[in-house]
Design a protein around this ligand. Structure first.
Ligand SMILES: NC(=O)c1ccc[n+]([C@@H]2O[C@H](COP(=O)([O-])OP(=O)(O)OC[C@H]3O[C@@H](n4cnc5c(N)ncnc54)[C@H](O)[C@@H]3O)[C@@H](O)[C@H]2O)c1
Length: 261
């Protein structure tokens, strides 16, 4: 096979957890455009259906499964629905998460309920979805690709009340390396992307503050925040056989921000 063709995803089935979200829906459409059949899952049913409709309108086969992915039984149900519809699952993108901008507290005061919520949607969602998919991949015996969404916040502190989020994303990056190590014997590659701020509704409040945005952009060598399209190349690489000798890696997508630290 021409190595350039290894980026294509024909014959593959991709599940995007959080596929109703800003980043998840963009990545699901990209995976489908690269040839995969796509399943999207999300707790927000209206957004999920809108994302699925957009993917189908692009001529891509798409299954939408509403679920609270922090619950084991729900995750098992999602995976069973994908396997029933498409026969297998080859790619998982974990795009549930966020929330940090909604619960900004000084580190010394960070309250437990906010801490638990951020951990739940960023860390437990990734854990539970990945466990359910990994079991199916191991059973099928054909390997697979897991792509987590960490954040530059796994590497860099930020003076904006982000304690729980940095802890959750740090754990997502650590689990990426741990799963890569444990599941290499099953042919499952596990990698992550770690973006800086991506212009989505999640961070609209912070990016809407001209001083915050100005300070942020002034520290980014490429001079702008990211968009969802900026994540597509790295995710296609990690989701496809183009990355068959790459596992346990975190690709930072930050316009050069961390290069300056
Ligand atoms: N936007 C950014 O600046 C940015 C930067 C770095 C990393 N990230 C990460 O990218 C991921 C996606 O972020 P986004 O900006 O697209 O946010 P988003 O809010 O648009 O997407 C998150 C999705 O997760 C879904 N969700 C929440 N709880 C769920 C649950 N229990 N079960 C199932 N679905 C659930 C939401 O309904 C939403 O559709 C998150 O992990 C976020 O931390 C975002």
């Amino acid at each position: 096979m021409n190595p350039v063709d290894s980026f294509r995803l024909e014959g593959r089935v991709a599940l995007v957890s959080g596929g109703g979200g800003a980043i998840g829906s963009a990545l699901a459409l990209a995976l489908g455009s690269a040839g995969a059949k796509v399943a999207v899952s999300d707790i927000a049913v209206e957004n999920l259906e809108a994302a699925a409709a957009k993917i189908r309108a692009a001529g891509i086969e798409c299954l939408a499964v509403p679920a609270d992915i922090t619950k084991e039984a729900e995750a098992e149900r999602v995976v069973a629905a994908v396997v029933e519809k498409f026969g297998h699952v080859d790619i998982l993108v974990n795009a549930v998460g966020g929330g940090a901008g909604k619960v900004l507290f000084e580190a010394q005061e960070y309250p437990r309920d906010a801490w638990d919520w951020i951990m739940e949607i960023n860390l437990r969602s990734t854990l539970i979805a990945t466990q359910a998919v990994a079991k199916a991949m191991i059973k099928a015996g054909h390997g697979g690709h897991v792509v987590n969404i960490s954040s530059v916040r796994a590497q860099l502190g930020i003076n904006a009340g982000y304690s729980a989020y940095v802890a959750a994303k740090g754990a997502v990056s650590s689990l990426t390396r741990q799963w890569a190590t444990e599941w290499a014997k099953y042919g499952i590659n596990v990698n992550a992307i770690a973006p800086t701020f991506v212009d989505t509704p999640q961070v609209a409040m912070l990016l809407g503050d001209p001083k915050f945005k100005g300070d942020l952009v002034s520290r980014i060598p490429l001079g702008r925040v990211g968009g969802t399209d900026d994540l597509v190349g790295a995710v296609l690489f990690f989701a496809s056989d183009a990355s068959s000798f790459v596992t346990g890696q975190i690709m930072t997508i930050d316009g050069g921000l961390t290069a300056t630290q």
